[in-house]
Write a protein that binds this ligand. Structure first.
Ligand SMILES: [Zn+2]
Length: 267
């Protein structure tokens, strides 16, 4: 059976900023990929009302998912309404059981805003609950047994909400797919135009370039990179599981400066 990966982010354009390069590479080696923004992006405009913004941003996200070759999933709620609550959790767990992913890509547990952090918590628990028959999903779906490895993207600005630097455990070389990643980000034209006016031409695309060049520099090997940290394997997968390493061997580098789960001694 074809292996699948799902990217679960908060807003339309977050996947393109932090995760899309890795998704494109997985797609190239034959994986099925899925694209889900939990929130609709309805607050991402100062000129249009919520309904119009929601509509425009859905169209942009679908354009981007198509460019990434990923299956698009509809958002589950509106901006700033991403709460760690049971109904959202049941719906997201329903998606996980349908997709049966080997890999879940999601936000960093520490990030600059609550929608990102709550999306991360929802994604982690939805993946955790995949095999629990007594946990009911919406719609009702049977529990699945697949192991799943959860990878956290880098937070925006590579810092947590208290300005502390976060370093990645893993670098993925996104240089070969950077142009496509950029094109996918450019699908979010409403955001680009808004920021062009407030922050200068193409600032939106340049911000993404800057982040991936910085991570590339940190890797000391790649020009453009995305950074990832693995979630604890407990309840998810085998202790050493690292399906990104298996899938993307040549474009994968472990960060020696990262103190991983396996290096911590419990006394
Ligand atoms: Zn966001």
């Amino acid at each position: 059976m074809m292996q699948s990966a799902i990217a679960i982010a908060a807003h339309p354009d977050d996947i393109e900023f932090y995760m899309a390069g890795t998704m494109l590479l997985l797609k190239q080696v034959g994986w099925e990929t899925h694209y889900l923004n939990v929130a609709s992006g309805n607050c991402g405009s100062v000129q249009w009302d919520a309904a119009r913004t929601r509509h425009v941003r859905r169209r942009e996200a679908r354009c981007s998912a198509r460019m990434l070759g990923a299956h698009w999933h509809r958002p589950l709620c509106d901006d700033l309404e991403v709460m760690y609550e049971i109904r959202l959790l049941r719906r997201l767990a329903g998606v996980i059981r349908a997709v049966k992913p080997t890999i879940v890509l999601t936000h960093s547990p520490q990030d600059y805003m609550e929608d990102h952090m709550n999306t991360c918590r929802l994604a982690v628990t939805a993946a955790f609950a995949r095999g629990m028959p007594n946990f009911q999903t919406i719609p009702a779906r049977r529990a699945i047994e697949n192991p799943v490895t959860v990878y956290h993207a880098m937070p925006h600005g590579l810092c947590d909400g208290l300005r502390v630097r976060i370093i990645p455990e893993i670098f993925i070389n996104t240089t070969p797919v950077h142009e496509t990643k950029r094109d996918a980000l450019a699908c979010h034209r409403s955001q680009k135009e808004w920021l062009d006016v407030s922050q200068g031409l193409d600032s939106y695309l340049k911000a993404m370039d800057g982040m991936s060049l910085t991570l590339g520099k940190m890797s000391r090997r790649f020009r453009h990179a995305e950074g990832w940290r693995r979630h604890s394997p407990l309840g998810f997968c085998a202790p050493q599981a690292d399906p990104l390493r298996e899938a993307l061997a040549n474009g994968y580098k472990r960060n020696r400066k990262y103190t991983s789960w396996r290096r911590v001694q419990i006394v």
